[in-house]
Design a protein around this ligand. Sequence first.
Ligand SMILES: Nc1ncnc2c1ncn2[C@@H]1O[C@H](COP(=O)(O)OP(=O)(O)OP(=O)(O)O)[C@@H](O)[C@H]1O
Ligand SMILES: [Mg+2]
Length: 448
Amino acid sequence: MAHLLIVDDETAIRELIAEIANDEGYTTALAGDIRQARIQIERQQPDVIVLDMHLPDGNGMEFWQSLDLPGTQVVFMTGHSSVDSAIEALRCGAADYLLKPVSLRRLRTTLDQLKSSAPAPAAGSDDAFAKMIGTSRGMQLLCTYIQKVAPTQATVLLVGESGTGKELAAEAIHLISPRHDKPFMPINCGAISPNLIESELFGHEKGSFTGADRQHKGYFERARGGTVFLDEITEMSMELQVRLLRVLESGRFMRVGTHEEIEADVRIVAATNRNPDEAVANGVLREDLYHRLSVFPLELPPLRERDGDVVLLAEHFLALLNEEHNTRKRFAPEAIEAVQAYSWPGNIRELRNYVYRSYILNDELIKSDANFFGLGEYAPSRDSDVMVAVGASLADANRQLILATLKQCGGVKKTAAKMLGISLKTLYNRLEEYGAVDDDAQEPSSIR
Ligand SMILES: Nc1ncnc2c1ncn2[C@@H]1O[C@H](COP(=O)(O)OP(=O)(O)OP(=O)(O)O)[C@@H](O)[C@H]1O
Ligand SMILES: [Mg+2]
């Protein structure tokens, strides 16, 4: 049974968390301050600590950093949220960061996840999530789903715009799956010549085609026991899609030039940056293959929909550069504001490149040097500006921008969605939230 230590100076909070934890199958110990927490840790090393950041006799985060408890995970709680403390929490490897009043549902989910990883953590699981930065709701959900689906054999289809982290997510699935000590084999279906892709995937026998002068093992064979990540699946020819479907259905494949069947002992994770329904409608993805691949579809939210993550990620990428080059560069407040205000159509990859450029261009203090505003195409034209006051919430800014764009497009949602760089489905969801959906006969009535 996993053991939980709850450290908070408010008795009511300790007891409430203990009740939930007991429900979730934890044994619990309670402490009102750091001194008591040390005593409890001496008695029994906890698998998980839920730790308030502000305690009567010190700072929870400093206390955690002073401990050396391999195998123990920490969840911080705070009544005073700030981007700085969230970043700090992530840096010291927190499994989660909860704001008070703590959402009981979120706490339950967190405890449930930590419990399943506590007694026998899957090797590499820390690494898997350590690379995935973000505390937004979308990111939390993504990690929850990854944790649930990873241990199964289910084929996962990752759908998300370019640069949203599909490959990182695929790798995380592999790393926390029972296949983690076998190969993870990423294959960019769009980057391999159509003539060679079948032999690249399934291998070939000597003499099976001109130039095949020896036997070749394909990705499926080399990944044996591991995970094959099929990226950009819509770039595969229709013919190959049929073949792949057959392999997925039979669990067997053949090297080109033989009839000998080999067991396909691989877990498949696939990805596309297109909307798969549209890809099917446009004839670049077979519907049967789509259904076979999307046993467990996962959508990666675009960066502009991950409230708060932009700053966390920017700080994270800057910290990596500082560490690598032994420097202490930091963002000026106006640079942070500019980063938050931008829509990041290229998502995390674009942000990472931006931070790198800013790092090179600036000395100690990284100012808002507008190096990404030079892109021009994203700068709104004078007569269609949306004024957003500094300090307005991101949600409010999003709302204004979406409604203004829709107006400028004469109410045509498809055009507006394209201009905003979001899917039609996302636009509909937003409009529904704002109570701004009308009955437009020209639009489809249901969108998946
Ligand atoms: N949550 C995250 N935290 C930190 N870094 C991330 C995160 N998600 C993605 N990245 C980084 O952003 C970059 C782009 O991610 P990735 O290559 O996984 O995107 P992708 O969705 O596969 O993009 P594409 O469709 O263009 O292939 C990588 O450098 C990756 O390490
Ligand atoms: Mg990719």
